[in-house]
Design a protein around this ligand. Sequence first.
Ligand code: DAT
Ligand code: MG
Length: 196
Amino acid sequence: KKKKKKNPQFTFIHLAGGPGSGKGTQCEKVVAKYGFTHLSSGDLLRAEVSSGSERGKQLAAIMEKGELVPLDTVLDMIKEAMIAKADTSKGFLIDGYPREVRQGEEFEKKIGAPSLLLYIDAKAETMVKRLMKRGETSGRTDDNEETIKKRLDLYYKATEPVIAFYEGRGIVRKIDSEGSVDQVFSQVAKAIDSLK
Ligand SMILES: Nc1ncnc2c1ncn2[C@H]1C[C@H](O)[C@@H](COP(=O)(O)OP(=O)(O)O)O1
Ligand SMILES: [Mg+2]
C-alpha cells in the first residue's frame, strides 16, 4: 500500500542527539549552506512564553509546575513557524523534536514524512566536556556536572525508541560528532546531498 506523501515540496530533517552533541552548531552550518530553516522546539516554547501571549501564559503555568507541555501545542507551534517560512524555505531542520515516538507519529500525520534523521552521536564524556566548557560562559544553571549527568540519563532513555522508530523507516544517518565542527559538518553535508 502506497502512502500519499504530505507536503512533498519541502524537505523535513529531524536532528537527534544528546545535550552538547553539537546539534545547534551543525544546524547553523546547514542553514548557511542549504538555506534551510532551523526550528528548535525549545526555542519556540521559550519565545512564546516571553512574548506574553495568552498561549505563552498557559505554557508558563504548565512549565512552572514542571509538567509536560501538551504534544498538540508543541506541534502547532512548529507548524505555525513552518507556515511563516513556507515562501522562502526549501526545507526544515527540526531540532529537539520528536522527544518520543508518539510525537514522531503526530508529525508525520499532520505535517509530513521526514526524509532524514541525523543522529548526532558523541560519547557521554565528550558531551559532558563540551557542556562544562559552555557552562563557563553560558550562565546556565543546568550546565553543571550533576545536572548534566541527569540530562544525559534522561536523553538516553527517551531517545533510543525514537531512533529505533526511524531506523524502521530506513532514514537514520548516524553522524560521528567526536571530531572538529568541520569534520562533523562534512558528514552532515554528505547525508543531505544524498537526498538529491
Ligand atoms: N565538533 C565540535 N567540537 C568541539 N566543540 C563543539 C563541537 N560541536 C559543538 N561544540 C561546542 C559548541 C557548544 O559550546 C557546545 C555544545 O554545542 P551545541 O551545538 O550547543 O549542542 P546541542 O545543541 O546539541 O546541545 O559544544
Ligand atoms: Mg541546542
